[in-house]
Design a protein around this ligand. Structure first.
Ligand SMILES: *[C@@H]1O[C@H](CO)[C@@H](O)[C@H](O)[C@H]1NC(C)=O
Ligand SMILES: *[C@@H]1O[C@H](CO)[C@@H](O)[C@H](O)[C@H]1NC(C)=O
Ligand SMILES: *[C@@H]1O[C@H](CO)[C@@H](O)[C@H](O)[C@H]1NC(C)=O
Ligand SMILES: *[C@@H]1O[C@H](CO)[C@@H](O)[C@H](O)[C@H]1NC(C)=O
Ligand SMILES: *[C@@H]1O[C@H](CO)[C@@H](O)[C@H](O)[C@H]1NC(C)=O
Ligand SMILES: *[C@@H]1O[C@H](CO)[C@@H](O)[C@H](O)[C@H]1NC(C)=O
Length: 573
């Protein structure tokens, strides 16, 4: 008894998932486009109607937008809206579609970071090297810099954690206000400021302009201390790419990313013709050469090209460079739901699902320059990528984001749990109960995930023995718990993608928060082993309709619909 207690004690901190339902709860579904796959069609039609209605508002007369949803393999849905009013002398594209070009602004930062990841993977740079290794001028020379360059690594720059100021030649009220003294600011002049960009009719800045100015700036925070948005971070990373590749930033992006991904309408140079250009009335930014700011916001692209990019990211985010999962947060941002990645802006919410408090993760990057507003959103658990690009009113962005993501995720959930039911649920048995009396039952639901509802092992009900003790220690008074299967996204045979590995977790049912610390949840899906094998490992061999529990030395076959027991050679321990 004592040894059992000791064994169970080691489980105590490991299985408490009381605050939130575990995520992910299912493997990434294989979505197909609407013509082949009708599961999401009604909801996608509703999203189309909602966007049409939204665009009717007369405040959007001069706005155009493109919205696309892609899966890991193909574009699932798109919607394009063309402004009702154009500039008669320079209309640009008069019928917006997937080939229409916009400026994608700060989404460019993800391309710059991808370039840095490629160089890191090639061993040409290290993410943890200080920036001054690649731009020695920052620390060399007579003039001492006020910024601690030697402590500012490429990783900190890409993660918005460098602590260096946001801008070098943008967002100065001296340029933005018609008369600064009218708001109480003292008179000031442009003396000593870079003679380019916003300080000089958008003449592009180059490094000669910026370097002296950069050296005189003061840190906002110590490196690594606090995340805060900075465009300058990516201007520096763009220069690193130029120095290590020996190419211009534009050439490097074209050769390393745009061409290999088939993004043939994506450029850093203004497209030669206006044929596909989305040009909102009153625009001027289409024509601006961003110069040294290109790595932070210079790219022109289309929703169709962005979907190609998102498909690549969705399938490679954990394989771009060893030791880097590109979707992981690097720091928390304001509040409890927002995180900075490298350079992702991530939102995690437990409010979107109606029947579960399982958090949903949105890995995003937004962009904004005058006239153009954009956001890409990756939903890795669902295998969705969303592109929204607007030429016109910025207020459209958040409205479209809400109108698309919320119904999309809810519709996906409904479809996923129907599929999970068909693929996994039912009773699984050993072939002959008189030889080995083992059986388990799986059920699936949006609220409880894929759930183990009974498990008899060699005639013993494991729910009343091991699992109840295990659950009892989580909260001996509640009695409300379930055993859920969570996917590891690994396979016993990776080459053949066979032998899908899951883990069993004892999950306490959501009963509301009583104590402050009830929200504290540290993940651990590997609580104990039996004779050296993980006690909670579950393997599905779909081809054979077999479930295997390696630590229990048992394979069980799914009962056919007519209730006939499966035939199977049981592996002997
Ligand atoms: C790494 O640097 C070498 C030498 O400059 C270059 O030939 C190679 O293409 C670089 N690797 C990548 C991934 O750009
Ligand atoms: C940057 O621009 C200035 C002014 O146009 C020019 O004098 C300088 O040579 C340029 N520097 C570089 C590195 O191109
Ligand atoms: C229309 O385009 C012309 C030519 O580019 C430009 O001069 C004019 O300012 C534009 N008018 C508006 C209202 O955007
Ligand atoms: C099943 O239980 C019996 C009796 O407790 C035991 O002797 C036997 O080893 C068990 N067999 C397996 C495969 O678990
Ligand atoms: C198998 O075990 C269950 C649970 O202990 C028991 O109810 C059932 O009678 C057993 N069946 C056989 C054939 O031994
Ligand atoms: C994995 O699957 C492939 C293809 O079906 C097969 O050739 C290989 O033997 C399997 N590997 C193992 C370790 O079973």
């Amino acid at each position: 008894m004592q040894s059992l207690a000791l064994f169970l004690l080691t489980l105590l901190p490991t299985v408490s998932t009381k605050c939130f339902d575990p995520s992910p709860a299912f493997p990434v579904p294989p979505w197909q486009d609407q013509s082949k796959d009708h599961r999401l069609t009604p909801e996608l039609s509703d999203i189309t109607s909602a966007l049409e209605e939204l665009a009717c508002d007369e405040s959007y007369d001069t706005s155009s937008f493109s919205v696309e949803i892609t899966s890991q393999t193909e574009t699932l849905w798109s919607h394009h809206h063309t402004a009702r009013k154009h500039n008669a002398t320079r209309p640009g594209a008069t019928q917006v579609d997937g080939q229409s070009q916009y400026r994608i602004a700060s989404i460019t930062k993800t391309f710059t970071t991808l370039g840095i990841l490629y160089q890191h993977a090639a061993g040409n740079v290290s993410l943890d090297d200080p920036i001054s290794d690649y731009i020695p001028e920052l620390t060399d020379g007579e003039e001492k810099s006020s910024l601690p360059w030697k402590d500012i690594t490429l990783r900190l720059l890409a993660s918005q954690l460098s602590g260096i100021p946001r801008e070098i030649a943008q967002a100065d009220l001296l340029n933005e206000l018609p008369d600064p003294t009218a708001v109480g600011l003292p008179p000031a002049s442009l003396k000593g400021l870079p003679d380019c960009y916003e300080y000089n009719a958008f003449r592009p800045c180059n490094w000669t302009h910026l370097l002296p100015h950069l050296k005189s700036q003061q840190p906002l925070f110590a490196p690594g201390q606090e995340s805060t948005y900075s465009n300058t971070n990516f201007e520096l990373l763009g220069l690193v790419l130029e120095r290590v590749s020996g190419l211009s930033y534009e050439q490097y992006m074209t050769e390393a990313i745009f061409e290999p991904l088939g993004m043939d309408s994506t450029t850093l140079k203004k497209p030669k013709s206006d044929e596909h250009a989305v040009l909102p009335i009153g625009q001027y930014f289409w024509d601006v050469d961003e110069g040294v700011h290109n790595p932070t916001g210079g790219i022109y692209s289309t929703s169709s090209d962005m979907s190609k990019y998102l498909r690549y990211i969705l399938t490679h985010y954990n394989a771009l460079a060893s030791g880097v999962n590109w979707f992981m947060p690097a720091s928390w941002s304001t509040g409890v739901n927002s995180f900075y990645g490298m350079p992702w802006e991530t939102f995690r919410t437990d409010k979107i699902l109606k029947q579960s408090n399982r958090p949903v993760t949105f890995v995003t990057k937004s962009g904004g320059v005058p006239d153009y507003f954009s956001r890409i959103t990756l939903m890795p658990e669902y295998g969705f990528g969303l592109t929204i690009i607007i030429g016109g009113e910025s207020s459209l962005l958040d409205k479209i984001q809400e109108a698309v993501t919320v119904p999309l995720i809810r519709a996906a959930e409904d479809s996923i749990w129907e599929d999970m039911d068909a693929i996994y649920t039912g009773t699984y048995n050993t072939p002959d109960l008189h030889v080995l009396n083992s059986t388990l039952t799986l059920a699936a639901s949006p609220s409880s995930g894929l759930q183990l509802t009974s498990f008899i092992s060699n005639g013993t009900d494991v729910f009343t023995t091991l699992l109840a003790k295990w659950a009892g220690l989580i909260n001996p008074h509640s009695g409300q718990w379930r055993v859920q299967l969570v996917p590891t996204l690994l396979y016993k045979n990776e080459t053949a993608q066979e032998g899908e590995i899951w883990r069993l977790l004892v999950v306490e049912e959501w009963t509301g928060k009583e104590r402050i610390w009830d929200d504290f949840c540290i993940t651990d899906v590997d609580p104990a082993s039996y004779a050296g094998l993980p006690i909670n490992e579950v393997v599905f061999w779909h081809g054979e309709r077999v479930v295997e529990l390696p630590a229990w030395r048992v394979k069980m076959k799914r009962e056919e619909e007519d209730g006939e027991r499966g035939r199977l050679v049981v592996q002997q321990p």
